[in-house]
Design a protein around this ligand. Structure first.
Ligand code: ADP
Ligand code: UDP
Length: 232
């Protein structure tokens, strides 16, 4: 079982696949999935995307730097949403972010993160990397290394990495394992090259799982052979 986990949640985990906003049904599902792993007493960090609110590239009339700032704020909005949801459900959580100063958002300080974990808090990392032109996959890789995670779990819309996009090609074949090198060489779109590269340099394994399949997250954390694992 993994004891220190960084979970990357797509913004769509809050809205439902290909939807915008927030869905009551999805939020209920999400909190139940998180409760299952929280009861295992693991140190859990979460990076959320903001695809349910803004993705920089989707805002056509904006300069990309401006659009990406909206995207990053979206991740803080999602973190606030999650904090409220978690607390309503008895899960203690804390938001840290390098980009905003709000009453419920703490600055990102390495020295304190361990204390939050020791006190049983889920740490929500908001604000992405704090730089436009990046994504929350890269933020997840950075925060995973900073929190000394055993694994980066990317919970997304597909149950692993395939030799081509399984949403587009019915005959796509799934890999159970793949090296960072192969993922980068084949330009696998499920995660950014930057994120693969940061994880490779820092020996951090990545597990890609389908968030929308009930129980997948628990199985992933328990070390069951699901999804696709990326390592050396
Ligand atoms: N080779 C591949 N294997 C798996 N998924 C792929 C591949 N190429 C493209 N994808 C697509 O990547 C998507 C997940 O990436 P992305 O949309 O960035 O996720 P998220 O919003 O969860 O960060 C999947 O829905 C899938 O359609
Ligand atoms: O370090 C970062 C992280 C995110 N973003 C912006 O925030 C948006 C939301 O993040 P992402 O697309 O990764 O969300 P997801 O697809 O995982 O929901 C991105 O599209 C970018 O516009 C950014 O500029 N820098």
């Amino acid at each position: 079982m993994y004891k220190r986990v960084l979970l990357k949640l797509s913004g769509e985990a809050l809205s439902g696949e290909s939807e915008k906003g927030f869905s009551e049904q999805m939020l209920t599902y999400l909190v139940n999935e998180i409760k299952k792993i929280h009861s295992l007493n693991i140190k859990l960090g979460i990076v959320t995307g903001a695809g349910n609110i803004f993705r920089g590239k989707e805002l056509k009339d904006f300069q990309i730097q401006m659009a990406d700032q909206l995207g990053m704020l979206g991740t803080v909005i999602n973190s606030l949403y999650l904090k409220n949801l978690f607390e309503k459900n008895g899960l203690k959580s804390i938001i840290v972010s390098p980009i905003v100063n709000l009453p419920s958002v703490l600055p990102l300080k390495y020295d304190f993160i361990e204390q939050y974990f020791e006190a049983g808090y889920i740490v929500l990392f908001g604000g992405g990397t704090s730089n436009p032109l990046f994504t929350t996959d890269t933020a997840a890789a950075l925060r995973a290394i900073e929190m000394n995670a055993d694994i980066l779990v990317k919970a997304t819309k597909v149950d692993g990495i395939y030799d081509k996009d399984p949403k587009l090609f019915e005959d796509a074949k799934k890999y159970n394992n793949i090296t960072y090198e192969q993922a980068i060489k084949e330009q696998i779109k499920v995660m950014d090259t930057e994120a693969f590269s940061i994880c490779e340099k820092n020996n951090l394994s990545i597990l890609i799982i389908n968030f929308f399949k009930e129980g997948s997250l628990l199985k992933a954390v328990e070390g069951e052979n699901i999804g696709t694992k990326v390592d050396h």
